[in-house]
Design a protein around this ligand. Structure first.
Ligand code: ZN
Length: 395
């Protein structure tokens, strides 16, 4: 890896020429938009298995229509994840296309956030993160089949059901498939409206700090109580000191809970803490510091659970080589493709963390992931499909 560079004949003398490929995808643009709309209109929150399984079945039929062999990975606790294998002309390791069809939006969101076209944008829940990315997979594969008859090499598509909630049911499968692959292309949204691909992502950890104190009547027995809330406040100040933005470490107690009423000294309080790290080396240090917090008030008891779930996706030589291939393909249509390092994690963190060359942010271009204004820019779709098709050929 990489097997070929973009300036080798396999890519430099394509059939048909790059501008013709762009025209091909421009002609099919409305079909891509329709497919994205179909996907957005099947609501699929991570925690609603019947809906997630429904979109899995819908996508299985779409990929089967292109000749893919589908396999559902069943899960009891989450939706099922979908693997699709395509054979290729050349006998080589498959390219792995990675995505997720779960979203952060609860059932019923479409009523207030309908899927619609407005000023050249397609809006709707999950349109950017990442149902447009899944549609791009379908159309890039269809395009390659139209040009070559068969795919140039084998392609495995893996669409997971639980990415937005930590990928607990799918992670092992993602890692096993990545291990067999020549490289991984992740169809998560591009970075920003310039559409940069993502060559580095921070690692992500999730912790819960629970404090147990001793309850007492705030008026009658104030001296007998040991407040879990006051202890938690002091702990939060200590946790905040772990922030080191210059080194790319951030620690955010984003949710706190505790107490029962104002006239009771609180017996319980807790905080949910999000941790981001820039390099794998930082994981152990932050983890150790969080897990070794000690109570200020000896009568309070601390319980710290959680850990680093996704190690950072670091810009390794393999990642940089994939980006160079992508940049060379983009330059064929006079497109200057940027790269970006971002704070959010994805399943690309898993595969890059294993040392498998991974390029992320190959999906739709837009704004507002996880927010009410989520949208993609429709005019960006053809060249994103061209880029993905070119990368499938050259990885
Ligand atoms: Zn996503």
């Amino acid at each position: 890896m990489p097997r070929t560079k973009a300036n080798t004949p396999a890519v430099a003398s394509p059939q048909p020429a790059w501008p013709d490929r762009l025209s091909y995808f421009s002609e099919h643009r409305d079909r891509v938009v329709n497919t994205i709309r179909e996907l957005v209109e099947i609501e699929s929150p991570s925690d609603h298995k019947p809906s997630v399984d429904r979109i899995a079945a819908f996508l299985a039929s779409k990929f089967e229509a292109l000749g893919g062999r589908t396999h559902l990975h069943r899960s009891n606790d989450f939706g099922d994840s979908l693997q699709i294998d395509f054979a290729g002309a050349a006998n080589r390791r498959p390219v792995l296309l990675l995505g997720h069809y779960d979203t952060v939006y609860p059932i019923g969101t479409l009523a207030n956030m309908p899927c619609k076209i407005e000023n050249g944008c397609l809006r709707g829940p999950g349109v950017l993160d990442m149902k447009s990315g899944i549609a791009l997979m379908l159309y890039a594969i269809e395009g390659l089949q139209a040009w070559h008859g068969a795919l140039p090499g084998p392609v495995t598509v893996f669409l997971v059901s639980d990415e937005e909630v930590g990928s607990h049911s799918s992670r092992k499968i993602t890692e096993a498939l990545a291990k067999e692959s020549a490289g991984v292309l992740v169809l998560e949204p591009a970075a920003g409206l310039r559409g940069a691909v993502k060559t580095a992502r921070k690692g992500v950890g999730e912790y819960t700090l629970r404090v147990k104190g001793i309850a007492a009547h705030a008026g009658l027995d104030p001296g007998k109580g040991h407040s879990a809330i006051i202890e938690l406040a002091r702990q939060i100040a200590a946790v905040a000191k772990l922030n080191n933005l210059r080194q790319g470490v951030s620690v955010n107690p984003g949710v706190i809970q505790g107490g029962t009423r104002t006239n009771v000294i609180a017996a319980e309080a807790s905080a949910g803490i999000d941790v981001r790290i820039k390099s794998a080396k930082q994981a152990a240090g932050v983890h150790r510091k969080l897990r070794s917090l000690k109570p200020f008030d000896k009568h309070c008891h601390l319980e710290i659970t959680g850990g680093i779930n996704r190690l950072p996706m670091e810009r390794t030589a393999g990642v940089a080589a994939l980006y160079k291939q992508a940049k060379d393909i983009a330059s064929q249509i006079k497109w200057k493709l940027d790269e970006a390092a971002v704070g959010g994690g994805s399943d690309g963190n898993f595969t890059a963390g294993m040392g498998i060359p991974t390029l992320d942010g190959m999906g739709g271009v837009g704004e507002g992931a996880h927010a009410v204004h989520e949208y993609i820019v429709i005019s960006e779709l053809p060249r994103r499909a061209l880029l993905l098709a070119g990368m499938i050929e050259s990885v």
